[in-house]
Design a protein around this ligand. Structure first.
Ligand code: DX5
Ligand code: ZN
Length: 331
């Protein structure tokens, strides 16, 4: 985990294609957050790269999440192969002629994140009919097909902030990706437009550059852009930071955890620093991602009070009926 807000998905399109195992290994060491896999069929785009079989082999070579970006004419026809290859997310193009919704549904049914990408000339409105099925919106800032092209500022400016509205149904886990032309020069600009995932290809594989330094630099610039443009000068909250929402006896903590998770927000239940109970077991802490702390408080403030009262009653009843059990002494 990077610790920053923005994530870097490294595209291996411009790596040495005869040695991809080495490329993903180096990216892992260098601190990339994801691997972005550009699949091209020579038909949807005038270029040919690799397919599901290559991805299946790469899956064994890295623990990083794999984002597939399918620039192919018939994603539905070949989808099962990409699911089987172990992709964590699959994004395809809204311009394809197949029916879109069933493909998104199949990706989600397989437990992967589903995304739609769009060419620079396709309006964002094209995604509107599918918004409820989307986990990822991938905005292309170059014409798909090749790495190393020039970033289109106007396209990014027009689409990136409004793209967020398309994911308003996802409080947690929805992602805007920007793909094409992202480098040191453009990272701050896209960060300021609230992008979650920056796809970076040729900037990482330019001869003479240090991979790790480049990744850290681009991520930091994106976070800085976000901080000044969207977060009123407050540093962006790192993705992996968790905060304690409340502490409760185990059975009550579990029940509240399930209520929160039902709303699409992950909870970590930890036997942490909670207060000691009369049964000799500490309260469990419920941790939620700091990025959605405000949402959790807004939604569950009242239920939390109810649970805390239930905990009081449970403690009093326990003491009345059985007294206080001495906590186990630890060396
Ligand atoms: C273009 C691909 C991009 C590309 C990014 O069709 O979808 O992912 O590889 O490469 P750069 O960062 O060089 O634009
Ligand atoms: Zn791509």
């Amino acid at each position: 985990m990077s610790g920053g807000r923005a994530l870097i998905a490294a595209s291996i399109l411009d790596a040495d294609l005869s040695n991809l195992a080495n490329a993903v290994r180096r990216l892992g060491t260098a601190g990339a957050d994801r691997i972005h896999l550009d699949v091209m069929d020579g038909h949807f785009v005038p270029n040919l790269t690799f397919g599901a079989k290559t991805i299946k082999h790469l899956r064994k070579r890295t623990d990083l999440p794999l984002d597939a970006h399918l620039m192919i004419s018939e994603p539905g026809r070949y989808l099962d192969e990409y699911l089987d290859a172990g992709c964590d997310s699959i994004t395809f193009h809204v311009e394809v002629e197949e029916e879109i919704a069933p493909i998104l549904e199949r990706i989600r049914a397989a437990g992967r994140a589903a995304g739609l990408s769009l060419r620079p000339t396709t309006p964002l409105a094209a995604l509107e009919p599918y918004r409820q099925l989307l986990d990822i919106v991938m905005v292309m800032a170059v014409e798909p097909g090749f790495g190393g092209q020039t970033f289109m500022h106007d396209v990014a400016r027009q689409k990136l902030l409004p793209a967020r509205d398309l994911l308003s149904h996802k409080v947690y886990g929805g992602e805007i990706h920007v793909d094409g032309g992202v480098n040191r020069e453009t990272a701050e600009f896209v960060g300021a437009l609230g992008v979650d995932v920056l796809v970076v290809g040729s900037a990482l594989f330019t001869k003479g550059r240090d991979l790790g330094r480049e990744i850290r630099l681009i991520r930091a610039l994106a976070d800085e852009g976000y901080q000044y443009a969207l977060n009123g000068g407050e540093p962006p909250i790192p993705r992996d930071r968790m905060v304690t929402f409340t502490s409760l006896p185990k059975h009550l903590a579990r029940a509240l955890m399930e209520e929160i998770e039902a709303g699409g927000i992950p909870v970590v239940m930890l036997r942490g620093d909670g207060a000691m109970n009369p049964d000799g077991v500490r309260d469990y802490d419920l941790l939620v991602p700091a990025t959605v702390e405000a949402v959790v408080i807004e939604r569950h403030r009242h239920t939390r009070q109810g649970y805390l009262r239930a905990a009081e009653t449970w403690r009093e009843t326990f003491v009345r009926e059985r007294g206080v059990i001495a906590p186990p002494s630890h060396p």
